[in-house]
Design a protein around this ligand. Structure first.
Ligand code: NI
Length: 642
């Protein structure tokens, strides 16, 4: 066994503890020693292979842990790839599975391939000539973008490792290229053969000239001077405690995880020792574009499965990204060569005042009580090309759990054609194609235990009749989602539809099964035609909710290897088993997102737009669980808020 720092790399306190730099080193060493790593092998992904839920729940302090890793290896010389599962504890490779890229999809896009795409197109005489036809000769100022290829059954593409490359141009090194799309031209690049396999030079379009340098005072004008400082102080420190990856705050407890693909993961989320969610993450997101032109029809980026959200995480800065008493977690991931790479301050955690929690002024007793809401925020931010996304989990004093995605950064632009049905004009001659940002949250529920069931609840009007002579009645209507064949659902805000996870074996003091309900925003699902490639590959995005029975291998809404996958994997495949869901260990997969018709105000940098969802306790508690929240003191000096 490899021993590092005098201890085995597997001496971990908890089976879900994040992989350490030592463990990443040990994993690379084991795979190299067993002949799986050569000079041309890359680690497209290396992650903790999480033990089965039953093992994790049975774990007690001091129990031995079998630390396993899962690696997706790519030989960049041959294009051959495989999935390896190995045990660091037992120092053995457990499984090696070859990938057939035409059937299984390709490993995710790697950082070094961004640079490769740049070199490959700039070495292609056809692409250089196409640039010259557009008046662009200084190729050092051209920024080719490494864009995932999708799967379109185009001739000659089966099995190739591809990127499609659209380009932008800078006026100088500090000029943001997104203002100057070089449109009408796309290069299809084979990353293994390192050459352009097809150049689509569809039409000459003018390159928009106006600059969009939001970081240049010459463009923005002088900063305003009217904003007075806001200082957030917690003189006694924050109310949470951290022990390794384990966090406790105001009744809540959970473990922080960080996966190369999903980024932040919350494990074993419990309130007062009662489990609510075993594992929560944003397991996929896709950004499908609406422009059907021959140069852009293929634009659908799966930012988790193709680009790996965790690897795109920013290092956050106090006073900029996060205000107040902040606790940061670093992230450690394996780079393309399998070496540990630290992202300092990748995860931000802090408390926020969130306005009024509850309040009443009583007409009859004269009582006047107000309590303030507070939330714990656990977040990280990624940059995926032009866009930046924040992923924010919120825990509230009253048992509410919420998630919010924040989208900002720069629009993906095009040359604007007057009267376009697929794009907005956001600056003179500059287009921004319509698109969606669609997320899928995987919520492995565990409401007060593993025996759960899901009801679809809505309100229904009741016709006038003997029971309802004046027509005022309306009622709650619940339908049990009993099997997976019923498990793909649509939101409907016109009837206030939500999904309530109950534990039929646990009741509150009123005899009702304890529950937590998911409240969707009900924004549009995938708008592409149901026969489109992206609708097969992102089938998860065609419904607001999917319910499946827990299976340890079912982790990804669009399947294991998303890059260039033909489709049909993930949720549709999981649900085909039509397993029983009533009184089972269930997983909710919730689709939500933004449909973005870009505005002039989104240029040259987009103010944050948000989407998300809320989970609230419904009969989980016997009454309002925040009656013990003390009053704060009024600033007026007369008396307290109470
Ligand atoms: Ni957008």
């Amino acid at each position: 066994m490899t021993v590092l720092d005098g201890r085995p790399p597997t001496a971990v306190a908890h089976p879900l503890q994040r992989l350490s730099a030592d463990e990443i080193d040990a994993a690379r060493e084991l795979l190299a020693r067993t002949g799986l790593v050569t000079g041309t092998t890359r680690f497209a992904l290396l992650a903790l292979a999480e033990p089965d839920k039953a093992q994790v729940l049975a774990h007690r302090d001091g129990d031995p842990v079998d630390r396993r890793v899962r690696a997706v290896l790519l030989d960049v010389a041959t294009g051959r790839s495989r999935v390896v599962v190995a045990s660091l504890t037992r120092d053995t490779v457990d499984t090696v599975t070859d990938i057939d890229p035409a059937v299984d999809g390709q490993p995710p896009i790697m950082l070094e391939e961004y640079a490769a795409a740049d070199e490959i197109v700039k070495a292609d005489p056809g692409w250089v000539a196409a640039m010259a036809r557009r008046g662009i000769t200084d190729l050092d100022l051209v920024r080719p973008c490494p864009l995932s290829a999708g799967h379109f059954d185009l001739p000659g593409e089966a099995g190739r490792r591809l990127l499609r490359v659209l380009s932008f141009v800078q006026h100088r090194a500090a000029d943001h290229c997104w203002a100057h799309p070089v449109d009408g031209l796309v290069a299809y690049v084979d990353l293994t053969e390192r050459r352009v396999v097809e150049l689509v030079d569809h039409e000459l379009l003018p390159v928009p000239e106006e600059e969009g340098n939001f970081d240049d005072p010459a463009y923005t004008g002088p900063p305003r001077t009217t904003l007075k400082p806001v200082e957030i102080t917690q003189p006694d420190g924050p109310s949470f405690t951290v022990d390794g990856d384990a966090v406790r705050w105001e009744g809540w407890s959970f473990r922080v995880g960080f996966d190369p693909r999903e980024g932040l993961v919350l494990y074993l989320l419990s309130y007062a020792g009662r489990p609510v969610i075993y594992r929560a993450s944003i397991a996929e997101m896709v950004v499908p574009y609406a422009d059907p032109s021959p140069v852009r029809f293929w634009q659908n980026y799966f930012d988790a499965g193709e680009y790996l959200l965790g690897h795109q995480a920013n290092s956050l800065e106090l006073g900029c990204d996060c205000l107040g008493e902040i606790y940061y977690f670093d992230a450690v991931l394996a780079d393309g060569l399998g070496h540990p790479h630290r992202i300092p301050n990748a995860i931000c955690m802090h408390e926020e005042d969130f306005g009024v929690l509850w309040k009443h002024t009583d007409l009859f007793t004269g009582s006047r009580e107000t309590r303030r809401q507070r939330r714990l925020v656990v977040s990280f931010f990624v940059t995926v090309g032009n866009y930046d996304y924040g992923f924010y989990w919120y825990l509230y004093l009253d048992g509410t759990i919420a998630f919010e995605a924040k989208a900002t950064g720069v629009l993906f632009t095009s040359a604007y054609r007057r009267g376009s049905r697929w794009a907005s004009e956001v600056a003179p001659g500059l287009g921004a194609p319509y698109h969606q940002h669609i997320f899928n949250a995987r919520l492995d529920m565990m409401v007060d235990g593993l025996t759960n069931a899901v009801d679809e609840v809505e309100v229904r009007p009741v016709p006038i009749g003997p029971d309802n002579p004046y027509g005022n009645a309306f009622t709650r209507h619940a339908t049990r989602i009993a099997r997976e064949s019923m498990g793909a659902r649509m939101a409907d805000n016109s009837v206030g539809r939500f999904w309530q996870v109950v534990n039929p074996t646990r009741v509150n003091r009123l005899g009702q099964p304890v529950g937590y309900a998911l409240y969707p925003q009900g924004t549009p699902v995938l708008l592409a035609d149901e026969t489109a490639s992206v609708a097969r590959r992102a089938a998860f995005a065609t419904r607001h909710l999917w319910v499946t029975r827990y299976h340890p291998d079912e982790r990804y809404p669009a399947g294991e290897l998303v890059n260039q996958h033909p489709g049909g994997a993930g949720l549709p495949a999981y649900q085909a088993a039509d397993r029983d869901l009533d009184g089972a260990d269930v997983v909710l997969w919730h689709t939500f997102g933004m449909t973005h018709l870009p505005r002039p105000e989104d240029w040259p940098v987009m103010p944050v737009d948000t989407c998300g969802f809320v989970l609230r306790p419904v009969g989980f508690f016997d009454r309002n669980p925040t009656l013990d929240v003390p009053p704060t003191h009024a600033r007026s000096g007369h008396h307290g808020c109470a």
